[in-house]
Design a protein around this ligand. Structure first.
Ligand code: SF4
Length: 292
């Protein structure tokens, strides 16, 4: 399995639970269709950063949430005339989240509007649950059996985290120091990952080191173009040399961690995009480079 940029511990848990849930639904004759969506090749994190030279996300240039999390779901549901999206969002998680919820309220407290879509609606059955209610439900509800309470509790305890991803406004990571991408550089420090390593998940060490390294590398002007892609002078994409360094570092991280972090398709696309930039007359790394 290619890891991608989701926290590997969470990925494994999700895939395992997904399989069990599928089987449980079949046994109970519940007609649910299960699909795991992924960003399209062009939008994957490493294709954007290493292929196109996007700086890893910051709180003022957070290009990732739509591409990595929102769009893959949209692409799936947009094929349908209408879709109901089930989301485990809760009130009172944070002031920011409350503001987002109020902006999307409808007449029914359990339904929220979806940004940018009038045909879809968000169903949020646990919107009024307190955090304790969620854990008590997981602990004491008889169904679904496939959610292993002890396993999920251990993961959250070890990360000293709360709940996963929901789209927030500019400024905070969509994980908000909970479980997000292991490459997330929107947060200054990935506390969950740090806590998990301290609690024995040693396989995350190399990923954590890569994340910290790239967060600094991104801001090194030596590896940033002095022109943006629109030709305007200013801090631009990561240079081709910078992108090569990142790819090398990623492949070393892959070897050291023993995890599959990037696919062949992604690497091939990255090489193609490098070639495109080499011949792109609008791509300029510095003032000395010849421009037409
Ligand atoms: S967790 Fe961070 S990198 Fe991942 S989509 Fe959210 S803000 Fe972007």
């Amino acid at each position: 399995m290619i890891q991608g940029v989701e926290n590997p511990i969470v990925t494994t848990y999700v895939y395992e639970t997904f399989d069990k849930l599928k089987r449980e639904c079949e046994e109970l004759n519940i007609p649910l269709i299960f699909k795991i969506v992924k960003p399209k090749l062009e939008d994957r994190f490493f294709v954007k950063v290493i292929g196109r030279g996007y700086p890893t996300p910051t709180n003022i240039f957070r290009w990732c949430t739509d591409k990595l999390r929102i769009n893959p779901v949209k692409q799936l549901i947009d094929k349908d005339e209408k879709a109901v999206i089930l989301l485990g969002v809760r009130s009172s998680e944070s002031e920011q989240r409350d503001r987002t919820i109020s902006k999307h309220r409808t007449d029914n407290e359990y339904y929220l509007k979806q940004s940018g879509s009038s045909k879809n609606i968000i169903f949020s059955p646990i919107i009024n649950h307190a955090l304790e209610d969620v854990w008590l439900t997981l602990r004491y509800n008889k169904l679904p059996k496939s959610i292993d309470f002890n396993q999920i509790r251990t993961i959250y305890q070890d990360a000293e985290s709360e709940c996963p991803v929901y789209r927030e406004s500019k400024g905070s990571s969509c994980g908000n120091s909970r479980f997000g991408c292991w490459t997330c550089t929107v947060v200054r420090k990935d506390k969950s990952m740090g806590n998990m390593i301290e609690n024995g998940y040693s396989e995350l060490k190399e990923l954590y080191a890569f994340r910290n390294w790239i967060a600094e590398f991104r801001d090194n002007t030596k590896y940033r173009c002095s022109y943006r892609r629109n030709g305007v002078k200013g801090l631009g994409p990561i240079t081709l040399e910078g992108r090569k360094i990142i790819l090398e570092k990623l492949l070393i991280t892959e070897q050291l961690s023993g995890l599959n972090l990037i696919s062949k398709d992604e690497i091939n696309r990255i090489y193609e995009l490098w070639e495109v930039d080499k011949t792109n007359l609008n791509y300029q790394e510095n003032a000395l480079q010849h421009r037409i």
